[in-house]
Design a protein around this ligand. Structure first.
Ligand code: DON
Length: 616
């Protein structure tokens, strides 16, 4: 924390903590900390991450004693999510969380469970789970080692900067979003095999077996899935030459058997990673994509490699945040936003209060303006990472912020840095019985990706090429604008917003968090961390909260419909903020795990989807 003065005691802190009725254990610890601190000579004392002024400590002791007594006897209980002692998987589908947990129970570690969960999502959640897409993993081992794996898709060798423009330089509608032209070289199989090779412990066959069984036995259609499949059927028929598995009239409680995918997985289980990139499956992929007018070749697949990267790590108060580096913008933007808001006392402003929303929105606006200008594939562009994530730079960027009125995005450009100093994705979070943690976000980009589905191979292909900036200044499907840094080039990785994140507190594992949501990913991860850290919520409670989002352009604050206080909305509009509520859908679908004070895990599975936490 850089600005301690903002965070000394207000009676509200105590009352709020108490109101939330933390576990008795925590309350007693708190009480003892206050008692012990009475003997200290320091001016301020940190208790539970909050600074208290000495003159208030006597008063605190009495007040805390009284409130602990009352809150534990009759106060409201924290609405906790699933609690587990040893290990946990939280993902978009119960089937995938169960398979991941079973792998842990068998003695596998978080990296084995990662491979199983990723594959199980490809079966049970074809909307975003995939083997035809890509993703990112951030990990923290029990010994504190951290790392990040990039298995993002790449542009094919034959890709060109203007491949989605017509002769007049205008974007050709849908070319970067639907069908074979939209597909980037898939990275998922390379990613999970790479993670397993370096960090896994069980055999590939042991991990694949329950997933193949699930695909053969089939997956029951949920109510949400029925609605979703119906909504997409027209697009499936438009993107494919034939009808596909999901163009049948599936109803809730039907069981869909994924036999073709089961065969593909059996081949990969038997022949390994190269089956997908060089073997029979590779040949079938290339044949299929080219028949549908795409440009991916065997050489493209053969050259694909997942890459280990150094995570973005930064401090916020007493937390260390570890997140994804480029080609995701997630870690850098998260650092920039958190650096921007750190000096303000959000806790005192109140959760989703006008002032808290203002501070967060203005920090977001500035970070997204920088994202658009500076960020792209680090193998192709120079990114001033150290400056962008430095506290000083963000302080400079926030200098013209005032509570009186918004900074208009039209008046705000990217920051000047001396060049250069030396809807649909899915997220899952895993902790294992050894203390390892894995945070993975994986995607096909849009729902069912390019909608292009191979009946023979049994999976959808991504439309990740739309994450490039097809034309400078023209927004992609998430309304994000880009410049040269994210223009298309052969073998380049498109910029992402995916933000798989791990948080440490006092040097120990504290939280595993991430979400889908395109450009809203970064801000959803941010709000979930803040809900726990600044507003003392439990994991499930933090995930459930209404969310808002600003991304520089368009200059609106997106808010989840019907979930924000009318008075807060009125005040924000009065100050000059444009709110976008109508037609705005859910923002993020967060799956997270919190390490409780007693060492157990609390899952936070987003009720916006069918997301489920399973632990043991
Ligand atoms: O990588 C990205 O930022 C996007 N392709 C993520 C897409 C996404 O989250 C869609 N989910 N709602």
């Amino acid at each position: 924390m850089t600005n301690n003065n903002h965070k000394y005691l207000s009676v509200r802190v105590i009352l709020k903590n108490t109101k939330l009725c933390r576990e008795l254990f925590r309350k007693l610890k708190f009480l003892f900390s206050i008692k012990n601190s009475l003997h200290s000579s320091a001016k301020f004392t940190r208790i539970d991450g909050v600074l208290y002024h000495n003159s208030t400590r006597q008063f605190c002791l009495v007040l805390a004693t009284i409130t602990i007594f009352f809150s534990c006897s009759s106060g409201p209980q924290v609405n906790r999510g699933v609690i587990a002692e040893k290990g946990m998987v939280v993902s978009a589908r119960a089937e995938a969380s169960r398979i991941g947990t079973e792998i842990l129970k068998k003695g596998g570690n978080a990296f084995d469970a990662m491979m199983a969960t990723e594959l199980a999502l490809a079966v049970a959640y074809p909307y975003a789970g995939n083997i035809g897409g890509g993703g990112f993993m951030v990990y923290r081992k029990s010994n504190g080692d951290i790392g990040a794996l990039d298995y993002r898709e790449k542009a094919p060798l034959a890709a060109t900067r203007d491949m989605y423009l017509d002769n007049d330089g205008n974007i050709i509608p849908k070319k970067s979003t639907v069908g074979a032209h939209a597909v980037g070289i898939p990275g998922t199989i390379a990613g999970i095999f790479e993670a397993h090779k370096k960090l896994g412990s069980l055999s590939i066959q042991e991990i694949f077996e329950p997933v193949i069984e699930l695909a053969k036995k089939g997956v029951v259609v949920t109510q949400k899935q029925e609605r979703r499949i119906k909504a997409f059927q027209k697009s499936f028929l438009a993107a494919n030459k034939d009808s596909i598995l999901l163009t049948k009239n599936w109803k809730e409680n039907d069981t869909i058997k994924y036999s073709a995918l089961a065969h593909t997985l059996e081949r990969i289980s038997k022949n390994g990673r190269d089956e997908f990139y060089k073997g029979e499956t590779a040949k079938k992929i290339v044949e299929f994509i080219q028949e549908n007018g795409g440009i991916i070749t065997l050489e493209d697949l053969g050259k694909y490699k997942a890459k280990w990267r150094g995570p973005i790590a930064f401090q916020y108060d007493d937390l260390k945040i570890i997140s994804m580096p480029p080609p995701s913008s997630g870690g850098i933007c998260l650092a920039q936003i958190m650096n921007g808001i750190e000096p303000y006392n959000l806790h005192e402003f109140g959760h989703n209060s006008v002032k808290a929303i203002q501070v967060i929105v203005e920090a977001e606006r500035r970070a997204y303006a920088d994202r658009s200008f500076y960020l792209g594939d680090p193998d192709f562009v120079n990114i001033p990472v150290d400056t962008l994530i430095s506290k000083n730079y963000k302080k400079r960027r926030m200098d013209n912020f005032s509570f009186e009125k918004p900074t208009l995005s039209k008046d705000l450009q990217h920051g000047n840095i001396e060049m250069f100093e030396s809807n649909e994705t899915t997220h899952y979070s895993i902790v294992d019985q050894f203390g390892n943690a894995v945070s993975v976000t994986t995607t096909l980009n849009s729902g069912y990706g390019s909608k292009l589905y191979s009946n023979e191979l049994g999976f959808f292909f991504n439309n990740e090429m739309d994450d490039f900036s097809s034309k400078p200044g023209v927004p992609n499907v998430y309304g994000l604008v880009g410049t040269k840094a994210n223009e298309i080039a052969p073998e380049k990785r498109m910029l992402s917003s995916m933000t798989p994140t791990i948080v440490e507190k006092d040097g120990k594992l504290y939280m595993v968090v991430g979400t889908p949501g395109g450009s809203t990913i970064i801000t959803s991860v941010l709000q979930t961390i803040l809900n726990v850290h600044e507003f003392q919520m439990g994991m499930q409670e933090a995930v459930n909260q209404p969310r808002f989002h600003h991304q520089w352009l368009p200059d609106v604050v997106r808010i989840e419909p019907n979930r924000f206080d009318e008075e807060t909305k009125k005040q924000l509009e009065k100050i000059g903020y444009k709110l976008y509520e109508r037609n705005s859908s859910v923002i993020g679908k967060v799956d997270a795990i919190l390490v409780l004070e007693d060492g157990r895990y609390e899952g936070g599975a987003d009720p916006r989807g069918n997301d489920t936490a399973v632990g043991f």
